[in-house]
Ligand binder design. Structure first.
Ligand code: BEZ
Length: 183
């Protein structure tokens, strides 16, 4: 049962940790997707999965005509946005986006995006370099590898195919198997 929609409620689209770690109050949670964006591990994290001296790698969205990014949408009270903004700082800005729920309904929602203009943006690298970087990074929210592997598990559980995330997770797992240092 969901509580009744309030006109102050907003939808927020999660495509990274928000998919598997919803540590904020919400009224409703629904699988959804957005058009024209692709998920990439191209953003530096100095406050969650790394440190200012050694930033980790987390996801942002990159514009790609024709692309579809699947994630999880949350209907939250407007007051919850303030704490979420704090959680999602580090280069991310809110954008308004059309949201498509997997049952065919649509709504307008918000999404946090870190563009290449933010100082923490890292950009593309080879899968091997990104996997090595993630295996070696830790931050106040835990190992960077947990972030990647939890995201891959959550997408798999949703039946979402994401070649970028799955290839990176497989590269990381192969690396851990080859070099079982604690990550
Ligand atoms: C997300 O899961 O959608 C997300 C998490 C942190 C920053 C930006 C987006």
């Amino acid at each position: 049962m969901h509580d009744v929609a309030n006109e102050n409620d907003v939808w927020v689209f999660g495509y990274g940790s928000l998919i598997w770690k919803a540590d904020f109050p919400y009224h409703e949670r629904r699988p959804a997707y957005i058009h024209g964006w692709t998920r990439r591990f191209w953003q530096g994290s100095h406050d969650h999965r790394g440190t200012p001296e050694s930033p980790g790698r987390v996801v942002t969205l990159i514009r790609e005509p024709g692309a579809v990014c699947h994630g999880m949408a949350y209907r939250i009270s407007a007051e919850t946005l303030g704490p979420l903004d704090v959680r999602e700082k580090n280069g991310y800005l809110r954008e308004v986006t059309p949201l498509h729920f997997t049952d065919g309904e649509q709504a307008e929602g918000l999404v946090y995006i870190a563009t290449d203009a933010n100082p923490a943006f890292l950009g593309a690298a080879s899968y091997d370099a990104m996997a090595r970087h993630i295996a070696d990074s830790h931050g106040p929210s835990g190992p960077n590898s947990d972030y990647l592997l939890n995201l891959a598990d959550a997408l798999r559980a949703m039946g979402v195919e994401d070649v970028h995330v799955f290839t990176l997770a497989e590269t990381l797992e192969a690396r851990i198997a080859d070099d079982p240092r604690p990550v």
